[in-house]
Design a protein around this ligand. Sequence first.
Ligand code: ADP
Ligand code: 5GP
Length: 247
Amino acid sequence: MAGILFIISAPSGSGKSTLVNELRKQVSGVDFAVSWTTRAPRGSEENGREYHFTTREEFERMIEAGLFLEYAEVFGKDLYGTPRQALDDALAAGHDLMLDIDVQGAAQVRAKMPEAVGIFVLPPNPNVLRTRLRNRSRAEGVVHEDELFRRLGQARNEIENYRQYGYILVNDVLDRAVAQLEAIVLAERFYRNGEVIAYRSRRVLEVAAACLQANSQERLKPVLEAFGIDGDSGQQKLPFGDDSDDD
Ligand code: ADP
Ligand code: 5GP
């Protein structure tokens, strides 16, 4: 494709939808692939905007018809998939494309399109993640404790895959994380397409370089440790069961 394929993954509630929405307000030419899902709409979500909502039967028919670039069962519960059409449309428009997909889907896309740029978003620690998930649920008017538990429980398993991604963002202060995501997109355009990035180009390239996984180990260590993952090996270390709300 003429544009760049970005894959963004994160434990649910880390803030990747928020980051992508902010990015798209500030950087033009980035399309967002609207996925299909069998889960029910949440809060103010609208069919065709956040997701195309459908039944499992219809989703399975779409799999049979080969309509998905990738799909996966997420949280062992619902199916989510990226329509191939999103890629075709971005290609035709000469735009970049952003996929917000889980680690299983990201592995499928990477196998087909190794040139895709992977970005993994981490929350600063489990307590912040829990608070964000809870606040989002409250804002949507309903808190399903079992759903919160399922999403939190899956976080560490997803984080263990961070090494599969070229760039790592820790979404602590929102403005900083948005600026880092913007820098990654502009830097990739600069390196891959030779696109000019004006007077602030040097700073943008520095910010993006600092987010490369290869340059992030020290910054990541405390975050990984907070999730019970060994900061050196990337493997699970301790069960984390701390339920205190100290954030
Ligand atoms: P995801 O798409 O990763 O599941 P969301 O973008 O829905 O996560 O964010 C989860 C919640 O956290 C939302 O209520 C959002 O407003 C909030 N949030 C996102 N980023 C931040 C941040 N940096 N600081 C505080 N709250 C945040
Ligand atoms: P949510 O239900 O919170 O919107 O999303 C749950 C998880 O599903 C997130 O990790 C999100 O990235 C992932 N997801 C959303 N769309 C897709 C998709 O099309 N394919 C895959 N594999 N995962 C998706």
